[in-house]
Design a binder for this molecule. Structure first.
Ligand code: ATP
Ligand code: ZN
Length: 225
């Protein structure tokens, strides 16, 4: 299917990375109209198709070579990479560049009444997270054992609901933590959005288009700095 010659780019359908990803493509001169009902948007002026999916699906689509490029948060990319390494699935892609949006950090946080000295204070306790692999890597490096509480959503309410002692979740301002009676104790990973490319060999025409896009992205983002 990707033999159609059109470049396939995966972007988040709706969420924190969608608007900025589309804005960046538009400022690179890629024209397209989004139909909310449609998974694919075809560009009118370049041989490019946009695939609009959940952000969690993007690293896998790129690593499996289903799409050529993807806009994704490094946090989701690295979590998926760690997961796939364990499953012996293709787990590599090229990071073409970091982008200047989607900045956030993955942090440990505990209830305000918790007396916290260091990550070792969490020894043997239960930690709720949607990022089990990034958490495990961090805790293994520190030599701390803990118990998992895997949640895809509502992580920040887990301590109050009695499901976990602390959490490991994404933070940008800290307002959500505060609203849930939690405070940030340790940053375990810093992330921004990035542009990734599949390892699959491209036709010269497609690679030339990727190079052109990347050079435009470089000019656009440099102008913003
Ligand atoms: P989807 O429906 O596509 O799965 P989602 O709910 O998983 O969406 P968003 O909340 O839209 O995802 O976040 C997408 C990405 O935006 C995160 O993975 C992260 O890289 C970045 N991000 C930036 N700031 C934040 C924040 N404060 N909280 C969560 N994610 C953030
Ligand atoms: Zn998601």
């Amino acid at each position: 299917m990707s033999e159609s010659g059109r470049l396939r780019i995966a972007i988040q359908k709706s969420g924190r990375l969608s608007k900025e990803s589309m804005k960046l493509l538009k400022s690179c001169g890629v024209k397209f109209n989004i139909n909310e009902q449609r998974l694919i948007a075809h560009s009118d002026n370049m041989p490019i198709d946009l695939l609009r999916v959940r952000d969690d699906d993007i690293p896998g689509l790129v690593m499996d070579g289903v799409v050529d490029l993807g806009f994704i948060g490094e946090n989701v990319l690295e979590e998926e990479q760690l997961e796939r390494q364990q499953l012996d699935k293709p787990a590599t892609c090229q990071k073409l560049r970091q982008l200047d949006f989607g900045a956030c950090r993955l942090s440990l946080a505990v209830p305000t009444e918790f007396s916290y000295d260091s990550a070792a204070s969490l020894e043997g306790l239960r930690i709720a997270t949607s990022y089990p692999n990034l958490l495990r890597r961090y805790m293994q490096e520190k030599g701390i054992s803990y118990r998992d509480c895997m949640l895809k959503g509502s992580v920040e309410v887990a301590p109050r609901a009695g499901l976990a002692d602390g959490i490991c979740d994404l933070v940008s301002t800290g307002a959500t933590l505060e609203a849930n009676g939690l405070y940030e104790t340790e940053v375990i990973y810093r992330s921004t959005a990035c542009l990734i490319q599949s390892e699959q060999e491209q036709t010269p025409a497609k690679q030339a288009l990727i190079d052109k896009l990347l050079s435009r992205i470089n000019s656009v983002t440099q102008a913003r700095e």
